[in-house]
Ligand binder design. Structure first.
Ligand code: UT7
Length: 313
């Protein structure tokens, strides 16, 4: 592992008030709680009414700052991973800077890497901590996917939810390493953007499923092998929370280590860039993640993009 360690100072999360159950979705499209639960493990998801991608990002960030011993003035940069920004411009990150009263001498920008976004900003953050004078960076994954979900398409609307997760990182002496992959592929997962007539998510679910089970295992195996480790050396695994069946499929490849894989899509659905930081915050809050533990995160999403990271806490 590289000795350019990063340390997670604190985490936070936010979801909208409105909780949409499988029974609620069954009133909207031809589906059932039984089908959704069996095929995805999802029971609920949260959907914005008064909230937005920006307001969720602000709430998650405020929670992370409140849980740290830092002052507002100690934050030196904000990066937001999102595919569902309120505006094409300005960025969500700039709105967070203003709402929280962060100082002006700060970098604030959004990145686009779909569900892998939080892991991308982890690496960007690690680089910025090394190469700039920034000491504390706020990383946020925030999504208002309900904006781009077609609630007449039962193949996609059952999956997605809105939410945000945040983490403050600083330099540290702990080990950290990360790997990335990208494959330009529009056909199996796409949400057409600004100026396009149809801006809803278009997905070939089975193709995404097949891709996901392969690359999650690849991400885990290659980052472990690169660092001369096995699953024995890892305390907890956070996979992008897309579908319980995807994670169960991968989990089975590591007999004896099944309990290390965290699952929370039952409550949130797939929140894209927010999924890994929401899981991270839950694990931190519950005390399941402790100092000295080794965390493996692995994500995948549209792009196609995928990445895996090992962090010593
Ligand atoms: O962040 C990445 C985002 N995307 C993903 O992670 C998606 C990954 N893929 C999946 O999660 C799964 O492929 C889905 C949950 C989307 C679909 O599950 P599946 O087991 O791959 O089902 P399928 O698409 O093969 O469809 C099987 C049947 C079809 O009916 P027929 O043709 O066999 O009669 C579908 O029309 O299930 C039907 N179906 C549904 N039935 C009830 C599809 N969606 C539904 C539904 N309720 N919501």
């Amino acid at each position: 592992m590289k000795d350019i360690g990063i340390r997670i100072v604190s985490t936070g999360r936010a979801v909208p008030k409105k909780r949409l159950s499988n029974d609620d979705i069954s009133q909207m499209v031809d589906t059932s709680d039984e089908w959704i639960t069996a095929r995805t493990g999802i029971k609920n998801r949260y959907i914005c009414e008064d909230e937005s991608c920006v307001s969720l990002a602000i709430e998650a960030a405020r929670s992370a700052i409140n849980k740290s011993s830092l002052d507002i003035g100690d934050i030196d940069g904000v990066i937001v991973a999102t595919s569902t920004s309120d505006d094409a411009l300005p960025s969500v990150a700039c709105m967070v800077q203003r709402a929280l009263g962060l100082k002006e001498q700060i970098m604030a920008f959004d990145i686009s890497a779909a569900c892998t976004g939080f892991l991308y900003e982890l690496a960007i953050g690690a680089g910025l901590l090394q190469t700039t004078s920034a000491e504390n960076l706020l990383l946020i994954g925030s999504e208002q996917l309900s904006r781009i979900v077609d609630y007449t398409d039962r193949g996609t609307c059952i999956l997605f939810g809105d939410g945000a997760g945040a983490a403050i990182i600083t330099s540290g002496s702990k080990g950290y390493d990360q790997m990335f992959w990208a494959r330009g592929e529009r056909d199996i997962l796409c949400a057409p953007g600004v100026g396009q007539p149809q801006q809803k998510i278009l997905m070939k679910g089975t193709d995404v499923f097949k891709f996901a089970v392969v690359v999650l295992k690849q991400g885990i195996d290659e980052i472990l092998s690169k660092n001369d480790m096995t699953m024995e050396d890892v305390d907890c695994v956070i996979c992008h929370q897309a579908n319980e069946r995807i994670i169960r499929h991968v989990q089975k490849k590591y007999p004896g280590h099944e309990d290390k894989f965290y699952l929370n899509m039952e409550e949130y659905g797939n929140t894209s860039a927010a999924s890994i930081p929401i899981a991270l915050d839950e694990l931190m809050e519950s005390g399941r993640l402790k100092e000295g533990m080794r965390l493996l995160c692995v994500g995948f999403g549209a792009g196609l993009t995928w990445s895996s990271a090992i962090l010593e806490l």
